[in-house]
Design a protein around this ligand. Structure first.
Ligand SMILES: Nc1ncnc2c1ncn2[C@@H]1O[C@H](COP(=O)(O)OP(=O)(O)OP(=O)(O)O)[C@@H](O)[C@H]1O
Length: 302
């Protein structure tokens, strides 16, 4: 943990469309908070076009003491991936559909409380992983959930109910896909309903795929849900929502430092909730404690 130093210059990246959350007043609230605490603040509003490159230029042109993502996991990934291996910590103002990483980090979900982190916080280092060089900070996967994420991103409406509706529609027809997974500790070859590459714990929906995962232990988990009879789906869902998925007979977990996943059926995948198209041979690498994050003081954690 680092001692809190006074921040003088911060950058806030606002995603105006994330989570279907109205953000008209947000910019003013941020500016007021910064004025109150004598902090200079630059705001970048994402457009969905070339945002990463534009934010990278802003970060290169000015020394920021911290950079905040006001949006969902996609926005957090865009900004966070630019801060890996730098001294600039990542803050999160959770305003997306799921906000998975912020929940795993115990960041307040209430916007006013999250904005307090701008002037009152601690800083910790967390691990990140790369998949064929692409940073993943939270959870990435191949299989059923990745298909639902893809359909969700192709659709017009955001928010948790859209996600649940798509999942329900895709569930009955989904056929498990074939994978070969080689890691520094174990090997798996077979079919899976989904394969999650987990740096953290729970999806933004609160489905906890990796209840015992630790964000700064130098390891990531490959969480497999193996093929199961359709009626067993409800039991698996129950275990996902009661932090007990590891007790399911249909799951398998490999905790490792590096892995190669052969996506033999060319199944779709996502990284931190954003669909990506990568090679069918996926090299997963761990980067221990490579990202500084802004967190609430332990006594004020929710
Ligand atoms: N102004 C914009 N117009 C359209 N799309 C945008 C705009 N700004 C960002 N985006 C897109 O928003 C997506 C990221 O959204 P984000 O993940 O932050 O929110 P979410 O999907 O609602 O929440 P979560 O990931 O927590 O479920 C990216 O695909 C990005 O390209």
């Amino acid at each position: 943990m680092e001692e809190q130093k006074k921040h003088h210059n911060i950058l806030v990246v606002i995603n105006p469309i994330s989570g279907d959350v109205e953000k008209e007043a947000l910019e003013e609230e941020i500016m007021e908070k910064c004025k109150e605490h004598h902090i200079n603040c630059d705001i970048y509003r994402t457009t969905g076009e070339d945002d990463k490159h534009k934010i990278k230029t802003m970060l290169a042109n000015k020394k920021y003491d911290a950079a905040y993502a006001a949006g969902g996991d996609g926005t957090v990934n865009i900004l966070g991936s630019l801060l890996i291996n730098t001294n600039t910590p990542l803050g999160i103002i959770p305003l997306g559909s799921g906000n998975g990483l912020s929940k795993d980090l115990n960041i307040p979900q209430d916007t006013e409380d999250a904005l307090d982190l701008i002037h009152n916080h601690i800083i910790r280092n967390i691990d990140t992983i790369t998949i064929n060089g692409v940073p993943s900070i939270h959870l990435s996967d191949l299989g059923f959930n990745a298909l639902v994420v893809k359909r969700f991103c192709e659709g017009d409406s955001r928010g948790p109910s859209s996600y649940a509706w798509i999942a329900l529609q895709e569930y009955m027809g989904y056929v498990p896909k074939h994978y070969r997974i080689e890691t520094d500790v174990d090997t798996f070859e077979g079919e899976a309903f989904m394969v999650t590459i987990a740096n953290a714990n729970a999806f933004g929906s609160n489905a906890n795929i990796n209840p015992n995962g630790i964000l700064n232990d130098g390891k990531f988990e490959i969480c497999l849900i193996e093929p199961f009879p359709k009626p067993a789906g409800l039991g698996i869902l129950y275990k996902l929502y009661t932090d007990s998925i590891d007790t399911s007979v249909y799951t398998r977990k490999i905790s490792c430092r590096r892995a190669t996943i052969y996506n033999l059926d060319h199944e779709v995948m996502h990284i931190d909730g954003e669909p990506v198209e990568l090679e069918n041979e996926l090299k997963v690498e761990m980067h221990p404690k490579s990202l500084k994050v802004i967190l609430p003081h332990p006594e004020t954690e929710e």
